[in-house]
Design a protein around this ligand. Structure first.
Ligand code: SAH
Length: 274
């Protein structure tokens, strides 16, 4: 099939990255070496794929949902032994057989599935995994990146920022304007690098599970004071006890709590519920 420059399926979130500087930047921040086994999500027409293959990596495996791009991609990279391609939905493809070989994940991600992609690759609280991605390099929606990086007290702070910051080191490299893509998306993007914490650097699994639970309860109504949301899982006496043992005033709202306060809150909650 011959692909015109305007080939694009909106429902698959297809916005081809055309800015050469950003393509180069992605390669640069990936710090590729001969041991790297790259997973690329959504290679599209292969702009980023070409860039990544043009380096000393061991392997690049790509997973693309759009069946109509498969022959094109296979043909484009047919002479490259490092390249392999799989047609499928990244959200339902099992990575079990090669997850422990992947060193880096790179993608200009389809924005409509940002949440589930973060869950799969950056991880989830309460879920320990045995493999370790060294770096996850994503081009994603700027406002989501800003939310992920926000600190307590900002209106952007949310369950997402606490979860992601507990799971990973996160660095925004730069913002990327819509004209860097064809067709341009409606929103700004950012290039971001996640370095998920190794098992040993994570909290214990029980603490993570309880933090996750408390985040869910509290951010369910972010405008309410903590005392008025925690009352769905605690009695009034327990609320007072928890406020005292954790030294957190429950007139605060959830976005006012720092990461350390969430950890502290969960640890004291566990003690009360024992
Ligand atoms: N990497 C390319 C394309 C990015 S656009 C570039 O930078 O130019 C996002 C890509 O993800 C598209 O190719 C789209 O078809 C693909 N895609 C969308 N949903 C997907 C899913 N669920 N699983 C795998 N790929 C998906």
């Amino acid at each position: 099939m011959n692909f015109k420059n305007n080939y694009q399926k909106k429902r698959f979130g297809q916005h081809w990255l055309v800015n050469k500087k950003i393509l180069e930047k992605i390669k640069e921040v990936a710090e590729l070496n001969e041991n790297d086994y790259i997973l690329e999500i959504g290679p599209g027409r292969g702009a980023l794929t070409s860039k990544l293959l043009d380096s000393e990596i061991r392997k690049l495996h790509a997973i693309e949902l759009d069946k109509d791009l498969i022959d094109f991609l296979n043909d484009k990279f047919k002479n490259n032994e490092k390249f392999s391609l799989q047609q499928g939905d990244i959200l339902s493809t099992s990575l079990d057989s090669f997850n422990n070989r992947i060193t880096k994940v790179v993608a200009n991600i389809p924005y409509n599935i940002t949440g589930p992609i973060l869950d799969i690759f950056v991880g989830r609280l309460g879920l320990i995994r045995d493999y370790n991605y060294k770096k996850i390099i994503f081009l994603m929606q700027k406002d989501v990146v800003d939310r992920i990086l926000s600190k307590e007290g900002s209106t952007n702070a949310g369950a997402l920022s606490v979860r992601m910051q507990l799971l990973s080191k996160i660095k925004k490299i730069c913002d990327v304007d819509p004209s860097s893509f064809s067709p341009p998306p409606k929103v700004f993007s950012s290039l971001v690098v996640f370095e998920p914490f190794k098992k040993e650097l994570r909290l214990n699994i029980t603490s993570e599970k309880y933090i996750d639970k408390l985040l869910r309860v509290a951010f369910n109504s972010r405008r309410k004071m903590l005392r008025n949301t925690l009352n769905s899982i605690l009695s009034n006496d327990e609320i007072n006890e928890l406020s005292e043992s954790s030294s957190i005033c429950f007139n605060l709202r959830p976005q006012d709590l720092s990461i350390n306060q969430w950890i502290n809150l969960a640890d004291n909650y566990i003690k009360i519920k024992k």
